[in-house]
Write a protein of this length. Structure first.
Length: 353
């Protein structure tokens, strides 16, 4: 397989070229988990893949709790299907606790401390209460639970990974998982590893074991076991000495242009991003402090960044290609700008290129 074919295959699997999905839940289930630390960005991540969607459709799916925002892979906020939230957080929790263990010990956050914190949060949210981070911190402090020096982050991570809380539909609020999200049958660790690997390689493939390990945040041993469980269902190809796995499917290359959000799975979902962008521009796409910017995608390659300004009157977009693009290439982004405005249900007042 040539790099161009790999990129074409990924565009298809990411549901960017076309999709039969109608509802946000279907797409989130297919992707398994969608990075969601920026609330506005994760909503457009769905809109960019399903052209008929409006932002109100995404908000409705969140309000109905069929998709949920929670701390999941790598200890980072993700969108997941409500039916998947428990097995995903249960699977990734041990690896995250190991990674955070040293800092927790420095902060004297032992099991006794965490148990008290989680019980306090559970009591505060009982009865379908919805509280903000600051409100939860105040409750904890009143109960003599320290929240300073980063402790609050660790408390919220643990509460989410333990399946006690998830994010409420409103940005920044928290609610009790068991009171808002219907229960789902428990699955074993081997089943969960297989399910996570199957979902990743179907939606993100072709990808390597190293890509899956980095995306999932699992230990190398667990990630390897996940791939081994689904390997017989996948096809492997070699590119530059690395083995890439994907679900077998016919692939045809076609011209395309997309305006993808910050932290989009198309870029963040891989350890090796060398085929997606020239090395000279990676530091503009991903800053040294871990911020991923919105990207211009032309035929599957990142060719620039874009910014938006939104107010009640409408939207202004500005495109910033890394290098000068042909007039035809720039024009290909015009429908995408209109599509973004349509998703936001606001007029596009200005497009600067």
């Amino acid at each position: 397989m040539k790099p161009g074919d790999l990129i074409a295959h990924r565009l298809i699997n990411h549901q960017l070229l076309s999709s039969t999905f109608k509802h946000p839940k279907e797409l989130v289930s297919w992707m398994t988990a969608i990075q969601a630390q920026e609330f506005a960005s994760c909503q457009w991540a769905l809109g960019a893949r399903l052209p008929h969607l409006k932002i109100t459709d995404v908000q409705a799916a969140l309000a109905e709790n069929v998709i949920v925002r929670t701390t999941a892979l790598r200890g980072t906020l993700h969108l997941v299907a409500a039916t998947d939230i428990r097995w995903i957080t249960g699977l990734v929790a041990p690896a995250m606790r190991t990674k955070m263990g040293s800092r927790r010990r420095q902060l004297e956050m032992d099991d006794r401390f965490l148990n008290k914190a989680l019980k306090t949060i559970e009591k505060a949210l009982k009865g379908k209460q919805v509280l903000s981070r600051n409100e939860l911190a105040e409750v904890l402090q009143r109960n003599k639970v320290k929240t300073d020096d980063g402790r609050m982050n660790h408390i919220l991570y643990e509460a989410a990974l333990s399946g006690i809380i998830c994010n409420a539909p409103a940005k920044g609020d928290y609610m009790l998982l068991e009171e808002w999200i219907p229960p789902a049958p428990a699955i074993s660790k081997p089943q969960a590893l297989k399910k996570l690997a199957a979902g990743y390689f179907a939606s993100h493939g072709p990808a390597t074991l190293a890509d899956f390990t980095a995306w999932s945040g699992l230990s190398a041993t667990d990630a390897k076991a996940g791939l081994a469980a689904v390997q017989h269902e996948l096809t492997a190809v070699e590119i530059n000495g690395a083995q890439y796995w994907s679900v077998p499917a016919p692939v045809t290359q076609q011209s395309s242009a997309f305006l993808l959000p910050a932290f989009d799975e198309y870029f963040i979902g891989y350890k090796d991003r060398s085929m997606l962008a020239d090395a000279a521009y990676v530091k503009q796409i991903m800053t040294v402090n871990g911020i991923f910017n919105p990207i211009m995608l032309l035929d599957g390659r990142i060719v620039g960044l874009w910014k938006r300004t939104i107010d009640k009157k409408g939207i202004e977009l500005s495109l910033a290609p890394f290098e000068k693009l042909k007039k035809k290439e720039l024009k290909a982004f015009e429908p995408e700008a209109e599509r973004f405005a349509d998703f936001m249900q606001l007029p596009l007042n200005r497009l600067t290129m």
